[in-house]
Write a protein that binds this ligand. Structure first.
Ligand code: FES
Length: 209
């Protein structure tokens, strides 16, 4: 085999659809790799294909919009190709040259100084019960109050386990777990907890052995 096509879902929640995406890939004669939060990664799949003797790989990014993720797919491919110049790689039909921006930057050296990190569960149960709207409300409220990543770092995660309480949000370092976080509750977490310093009273109890 000298040429291969790899479908690359770009979203952070693409792992949820891994089985369906694998079916699509198989039906089209392609393989599957994930830009983030899924296995195999793009570089692992490129390694595998190169090991099979493939000398041209087309990476097809799957995602609506997602311009940032698309540019990252090109960067990741460029990073890989710098070590494997004998394999031609295309992203979106354009050749990857190896001169793409690197995966490292001086701006990404230090652990950021944010006061809080907020985990928003985007696992299957929370997603089905509205965590996309939760996440959007959280982001909008933080933006409206002028709070950025340096103040509150919002991270979307896979399942955090108390799925019955979906949508689940956690505020660290306070170890405050919130369930049933609809958009109104997300705004209250920003106002009372993140800005006002007073965690909401109806947090989920932490089960400790
Ligand atoms: S899916 Fe959100 S806690 Fe399990």
């Amino acid at each position: 085999m000298s040429r291969a096509v790899v479908l690359v879902p770009l979203g952070v929640d693409a792992g949820r659809y891994a089985a369906e995406l694998a079916e699509v890939a198989a039906a089209t004669g392609a393989s599957l790799a994930f830009l983030q939060a899924g296995s195999p990664s793009v570089t692992d799949e490129l390694d595998r294909l190169a090991g099979l003797g493939v000398r041209q790989v087309e990476l097809v990014g799957l995602g609506l919009g997602a311009p940032t993720a698309r540019s990252w797919l090109r960067r990741v491919a460029g990073h890989w190709r710098r070590a494997r110049p004998e394999v031609e790689v295309l992203v979106g039909g354009r050749a990857v040259t190896g001169e793409e921006a690197p995966l490292r930057s001086p701006a990404w050296e230090d652990v950021p100084g944010h006061a809080h990190q907020v985990l928003v569960c985007r696992g299957p149960r929370c997603s089905a019960r509205g965590s996309a709207a939760t996440s959007a409300a959280l982001d909008a409220e933080l933006r409206a109050r002028g709070l950025g990543d340096d103040d509150v770092l919002v991270t979307q995660t896979g399942c955090l386990f108390p799925c019955n309480q979906a949508p689940v949000v956690v505020v660290h370092p306070d170890d405050s777990w919130y369930g049933g976080v609809d958009p109104d509750r997300a705004r209250a977490i920003v106002a009372d907890h993140l800005v006002g310093g007073l965690p909401l009273p109806d947090r989920l109890p932490r089960a400790r052995p």
